[in-house]
Design a protein around this ligand. Structure first.
Ligand code: THU
Length: 161
């Protein structure tokens, strides 16, 4: 072994949505609302995402499932692809996500899947600017990450090509 490295991730944890700053609170509220419109008849796991753009626009999305399971898409990618397709030149500032399961009360904040981390990371690289992530969903804690890179160490990006 040449050497060992430790890559650490840092999160801010809040007890309730009311502890967030006004902008994050508004964004998470939009994600919670978007989750209610999810199409999730197979998992009954309703996810919402709200993307804040540099021009102040908020674009929301939710998970869209399909009878052919892999054809569905997560809320984060529905929202971020929609935002990027409508406003290709506008920087993405933050994304809030939230989930609600019909089966149980969620014990922890929603953590985006690997594919969504990769998709979100692309826009961080594209605009060379961190995207703040506000992760809600549980009755208790809300996790805030200052960037997607913080959730995806050693990411494969445009700089890797
Ligand atoms: N899902 C999301 O939309 N976002 C996540 O971060 C995790 C999972 C969706 C995919 C699927 O429709 C359902 O939740 C169960 O995995």
């Amino acid at each position: 072994m040449l050497k060992k490295i430790i890559i650490s991730s840092e999160f801010e944890i809040y007890n309730s949505i009311n502890e967030l700053n006004a902008s994050d609170k508004k964004l998470l509220k939009q994600a919670i609302k978007a989750a209610e419109r999810a199409y999730a008849p197979y998992s009954n796991f309703y996810v919402g995402a709200a993307v804040l753009l540099a021009n102040g626009t908020i674009v929301t999305g939710n998970n869209q499932e399909n009878a052919a399971y892999p054809s569905g898409l997560c809320a984060e990618r529905v929202a971020i692809f929609h935002a990027a397709s409508q406003f290709p030149k506008t920087k993405i500032i933050a994304i809030a996500i939230s989930a609600k399961s019909m089966h149980k009360t969620l014990k922890s904040a929603l953590s985006p899947c690997g594919a969504c981390r990769q998709a979100m990371s692309e826009y961080e690289s594209k605009f060379n600017s961190p995207i703040k992530l506000i992760m809600g969903g549980s009755k208790k804690e809300i996790y805030v990450s200052r960037s997607v890179a913080n959730l995806l160490p050693l990411a494969f990006t445009n700089k890797s090509l």
